[in-house]
Design a binder for this molecule. Structure first.
Ligand code: OFO
Length: 169
């Protein structure tokens, strides 16, 4: 084997985390869809594919390095949000937790002198910079719109705008 057992176990855990992230975005997307926010729903559905892609990269890397990525059970997704504002808070929290998990793996890679995995994880570190920036931007926009004040026009524009946005991974 080329990958140390310790980092393999962490990557396997992260693979499950990414699979759960896909379920998380699917659940939020379905909620937004049901509320009639088609643009937001499509944005969130697109993110499902991104998270599945993040998951697949880990599966392939672990196996390519002589490990065996074990597919594990998924967690129950969180309860539906009570507002769009809550939804985007949940998205930012999700990405912050993910960054913490990724940073921890990077830290352990250095401790274990597992430089190939350290190198592989840099893609995720870079991705998280973008994901955190995007989640922060969306939450900030929600705050400006002020959903609670019944700014329906603002929400409509936001829904249209977000439909045109998508990530690149
Ligand atoms: Fe939303 O990010 Fe995966 O890693």
């Amino acid at each position: 084997r080329l990958i140390p057992e310790k980092t393999e176990a962490l990557l396997n855990k992260q693979m499950t985390y990414e699979a759960n992230a896909a379920q998380f975005y699917l659940a939020l997307g379905s909620w937004a869809d049901a509320q009639g926010f088609a643009g937001i729903a499509n944005f969130l559905y697109q993110h499902v594919h991104e998270e599945r892609n993040h998951m697949m990269k880990l599966v392939k890397f672990i196996n390519q390095r002589g490990g065996h990525c074990k597919v594990e059970a998924l967690a129950v997704p969180p309860d539906d949000p009570d507002s769009l504002h809550t939804l985007f808070e949940m998205v930012l929290d999700q990405e912050k937790r993910n960054s913490a998990a990724i940073n921890n793996i990077v830290d352990i890679c250095l401790q274990e002198k597992d430089y190939p995995t350290f190198n592989f994880m840099q893609w995720y570190v870079k991705e998280q910079i973008e994901e955190e920036a995007l989640a922060t931007q969306l939450l900030d926009k929600m705050k400006v719109i002020g959903e609670d004040k019944g700014n329906k026009g603002g929400l409509y524009d936001f829904d249209q705008d977000i439909a045109k946005m998508h990530g690149d991974a």
